[in-house]
Design a protein around this ligand. Sequence first.
Ligand SMILES: *Cc1c(COP(=O)(O)O)cnc(C)c1O
Length: 210
Amino acid sequence: MSAVEQNIKSIRANIPDGVELVCVSKYFPVDAIREAYNAGERLFGESRVQELATKSAQLPKDIKWHFIGHLQTNKVKQVVPLVDMIQSVDSLHLLDAIERAAADIDKIQKCLIEIHIAQEETKTGFSPHDFATLMTSTDWSKYPHVQICGLMGMASNTDDTERVRRDFQLLKTLADLSALRTISMGMSGDYRIAIEQGSTMVRIGSAIFQ
Ligand SMILES: *Cc1c(COP(=O)(O)O)cnc(C)c1O
């Protein structure tokens, strides 16, 4: 068994049924993705447009790709045909571009709204306040080619597990209040806490591929 297969096996043992695993393959080679594919994984996450395009062209078509990085509006047209979901919607401007690109190819693009739940200023996403405004003041009929499935967030990068737990609780509360089902939270270092706090989708990279 390869190291990647072994890692997947031990991570899967910690993930209950009903929680989806996104294998975050950014920066890792196509061969490593093939090993995960051969272990049965079909859902992969990438954060760079060019890397996504190059890899997806070389890999089996039954892979579902999720875009998880900051997406520039001028790259949206390239991304929409390639991905099952865009997890990192962090502005209304981006949502406008996704609507246009999805309409062009007659697709309904599944999306998650990225929320800034961490303490660090450097992270992207809507603040909880701006998210509330987005939900209440957006004319959603203008977005027939966008389906908002839920929320995505990254917890504070800290050893303080109580802080991390509170970040995840906030995302879960916001999702529940807006009746959104998918809660994408939890990475290699904190996915167990995220699952405990109601995650429905974990995004794990280094613990699988490194
Ligand atoms: C890189 C990345 C991950 C995976 O992080 P690991 O710590 O390698 O598991 C998850 N989510 C996002 C948005 C990322 O950019």
